[in-house]
Design a protein around this ligand. Structure first.
Ligand code: GLV
Ligand code: MN
Ligand code: MN
Ligand code: MN
Length: 414
């Protein structure tokens, strides 16, 4: 048997639904954060399905999960496809999972058709892309590409407590069927399918985005420290109130950065006061700042601006300031050869496509440093992502998977 491989649409949609049930939230999203219980259940399900199909399963020391279908020529490096299975705390069912499951569908479609590729094809689910439970995000792909070292992250605490080293050990032990391999093996190329997570494709009614670049991201964690005191008895001149400093800094950043540059993004997504009591002036306030820009130099200017505003607020409110850098991801440009391969597949399949820059970061940003890489985007409803309401129409999922399969056939064949 050697037929033309075809995406099995019903199987792909069922698989997306099966994984959406793991960590499902009442509002229709998922909470399957990196290295937690639900993440382990999802990894197990993927590994079991892989073993049932006769594929081999590997994991490396950072728990990146690989599923391999052999090729004709074992001396060639494998073609890598996939994404991630972890989610945001109130995440959608498609961010990451769709790319991983479309890649697995491509492997199954090749196997169904009995097609032999020259290169082995490997599906990957990278560890901790989101970074919401353990910052930085993209840990698995950074380690894979030599852009970060597991040793630096082992002692990081999750937002809900456990140290990374422990959760990692539990996750690895939960999949004894997977063979261990060292972090970072040679690959011929990497292709990641993902939902756009923005409004452009839907607005322009284009089913496929061909991603040429990813903008840069920096994450800062800002802490103002003052003096805890009684809310009712402490007059203004006796206060060292870190909440006042935080509010002043955040307000001036929000009115300065995005309104002056349409390409700039600034988000304060998390804020916590200690001790966090209604009638206590806080001892400290910590908040996160996520800044993004397609241009590395402008991103650096924005970071400087953030630091300057925080310094000014700390002086004005007589509070100590500490800023920790959690993520520093320069923008990346994808390989022309893979961008063109994706465009050619869209043409062959009669699907309209457009080139675009990703506003979100992805594992592909790092894998791009060690092998030719590009991404396939599919539209999502109202551009909504990192939200339980995230939604992708069935026909968009199917089109995306068909493009991925076609690209795999071409790139796997030589
Ligand atoms: C990750 O998903 C990001 O772009 O924030
Ligand atoms: Mn993602
Ligand atoms: Mn995400
Ligand atoms: Mn992402």
């Amino acid at each position: 048997m050697n037929m033309k491989p075809e995406v099995n649409a019903a199987r792909l949609l069922a698989s997306v639904a099966d994984f959406a049930a793991i960590g499902a939230t009442p509002a229709g999203g998922v909470n399957r954060q990196a290295l937690g219980v639900e993440d382990r259940v999802a990894r197990r399900l993927l590994a079991e399905r892989a073993l049932a199909r006769g594929f081999s399963v590997f994991q490396d020391e950072i728990a990146n999960l690989f599923i391999r279908r052999e090729g004709r020529d074992a001396s060639l490096p494998p073609l890598l496809i996939g994404s991630h299975l972890d989610s945001q705390p109130n995440g959608g069912r498609f961010d990451g999972a769709l790319g991983t499951l479309s890649a697995f569908e491509a492997l199954e479609a090749l196997a169904d058709a009995g097609v032999e590729t020259d290169h082995a094809v490997e599906v990957v689910a990278f560890t901790n892309e989101e970074g919401s439970r353990y910052a930085p995000g993209c840990m698995g792909s950074m380690a894979f590409a030599g852009a970060g070292a597991l040793a630096e992250w082992q002692s990081i605490h999750a937002t809900d407590g456990p140290v990374l080293a422990e959760e990692l050990a539990t996750t690895l032990a939960a999949l004894p069927e997977a063979k261990m391999r060292p972090i970072g093996h040679a690959i011929s190329a990497f292709v990641e399918l993902h939902i756009e997570q923005g409004p452009i494709l839907e607005r322009e009614d284009v089913p496929i985005g061909v991603v040429t670049a990813v903008q840069g991201t920096k994450w800062l964690e800002v802490t103002f420290s003052g003096k805890a005191a009684h809310a009712g008895t402490t007059p203004l001149e006796f206060r060292k109130d870190p909440m006042s400093a935080a509010v002043a800094a955040i307000a001036s950043l929000q009115s300065a950065i995005m309104p002056t540059d349409p390409d700039a993004r600034l988000t304060v997504g998390r804020i916590a006061a200690e001790p966090g009591s209604i009638n206590v002036i806080p001892n400290s306030v910590t908040f996160t700042v996520d800044i993004r820009h397609p241009d590395a130099a402008t991103l650096a200017v924005i970071e400087r601006h953030v630091r300057d505003e925080c310094e000014a607020a700390s002086a004005r409110w007589d509070c100590e300031l500490a800023i920790k850098q959690r993520v520093d991801m320069p923008p990346g440009r994808f390989a022309q050869s893979i961008v063109e391969a994706i465009e050619n597949s869209c043409e062959r399949l009669g699907l309209k496509s457009r080139r675009m820059v990703s506003g979100a970061f992805h594992d592909a940003l790092f894998v791009n440093r060690v092998a030719p890489t590009a991404m396939i985007f599919v539209p999502c409803r109202d551009g909504i992502s990192h939200n339980e309401a995230e939604f992708v129409a069935d026909h968009h999922m199917i089109s995306g998977a068909r493009v991925l399969l076609d690209v795999v056939e071409r790139l796997g064949a030589n």
